[in-house]
Design a protein around this ligand. Structure first.
Ligand SMILES: Nc1ncnc2c1ncn2[C@@H]1O[C@H](COP(=O)(O)OP(=O)(O)O)[C@@H](O)[C@H]1O
Ligand SMILES: [Mg+2]
Length: 338
């Protein structure tokens, strides 16, 4: 084994750029278009609807909303057209309001709590004023499942109600983003009517169900590979090996590509099947390497069922049931599966 030189600054920047790349493919465009139309309706004013964006971990929820925020917000902090916030660590109505204030960049909203005990109504008014001053047109709350999982039913309801009130008073739509079980919020009839037409689900890639989507993504991400390309990832055999290596999970897929690109940038060699094979060996030592197999031998697994939240009761603790993978399938099996 050779000792590997590190990356030069220029190459490190290239790698970083690849890591941060954002590829709009069909399901992502659908979400972006809907975010855009929600945003436009907010500019028109009046009654506002909301949107739910759910998806298992690593399906690209955060990437989409960060992309949308970057487009809308620019670098000018005087105005925050899209406010990106999250559920506070302490789940009370006041802390939710404080969290929004602090994400708006309003000073002193999350600190000095004890000293200046502000009334809840006062905090809410401050938030509504700040939303106006910052010209906010949309509020996005990420990791919304943390509220759904919270067991204090009364506080949960109160926070949900507060968000509705803020959305109404400020006439801004709210986008709730999180794990698949955030749709429990639809049990609340008022939220259900607000969210009715705008519920999006992001999924893992699937060869048996949505093969075109997978290739669309590969084509898009290949344009960001910052070195010469010897083997295209759209090459059928490579694409299948890449699927086998990642089980169709965007996060794993990108990690494998990133490692392969890193190896290429260090060695100065073009992006190739061999680089992918090395990358896989580095990341998953000891596991059979799909990049070293002929495609007839490759066995693929897909995510068959997303993870689920099981609410606890007097006899069971609440639990998250992890996502479930299918059995190993050969290419022929997977492509004939409907
Ligand atoms: N549309 C996309 N184009 C390129 N990379 C993406 C895209 N969506 C997600 N990723 C990458 O996949 C990984 C997981 O995405 P992330 O948005 O964090 O998922 P989630 O928030 O759903 O858990 C991240 O490394 C992210 O950069
Ligand atoms: Mg996320």
């Amino acid at each position: 084994m050779r000792w590997q030189m590190g990356l030069s600054d220029a190459n490190r920047a290239k790698l970083r750029e690849f890591k941060d790349c954002f590829c709009p493919y069909t399901p992502v465009c659908r979400v972006l278009n809907d975010l855009e139309s929600l945003y436009q309706s907010s500019e028109i004013g009046g009654d506002q609807l909301s949107m739910l964006l759910r998806g298992d971990t690593g399906t690209g929820k955060s990437a989409i909303i960060h992309h949308f925020c970057n487009i809308k917000n620019g670098i000018n902090l005087e105005s925050i057209p899209v406010l990106l916030s999250r559920v506070p660590s302490k789940l009370t109505v006041e802390d939710m309001t404080r969290q929004l204030l602090s994400d708006l960049g309003v000073f002193g909203s999350s600190t000095h709590r004890a000293k200046n005990a502000q009334s809840d109504a006062h905090l809410t008014n401050r938030l509504l004023d700040a939303l106006k001053v910052k010209n906010t047109k949309m509020i996005i709350i990420n990791e919304f499942q943390e509220l759904i999982e919270f067991k204090g039913a009364r506080d949960r309801q109160a926070i949900g109600n507060r968000l509705k009130l803020i959305s109404e008073e400020a006439a801004v739509p709210i986008v709730l983003v999180g794990m698949p079980w955030i749709d429990e919020i639809l049990n609340d009839s008022q939220w259900a009517s607000r969210l009715a037409t705008r519920t999006h689900t992001l999924q893992y890639f699937s060869l048996s169900k949505r093969i075109r989507e997978y290739f669309e993504f590969l084509e898009a991400i290949e344009t960001y590979v910052p070195c010469e390309i010897e083997t295209s990832i759209i090459d059928f055999e490579i694409s299948i090996a890449l699927f086998a290596a990642s089980c169709g999970e965007m996060r794993q897929l990108k990690a494998i590509l990133t490692e392969a690109i890193k190896l290429c940038l260090i060695s100065g060699e073009p992006f190739s099947k061999q680089a992918l094979s090395h990358s896989f060996a580095n990341l998953y030592a000891g596991i059979e390497n799909p990049f070293d197999m002929p495609k007839e031998k490759i066995k693929v697994r897909e995510v068959e069922m997303h993870s689920r939240y099981i609410r606890g009761d007097s006899t069971h603790r609440a639990a998250i049931e992890p996502r479930r993978l299918s059995d190993f399938m050969s290419l022929t099996q997977i492509l004939s599966k409907k």
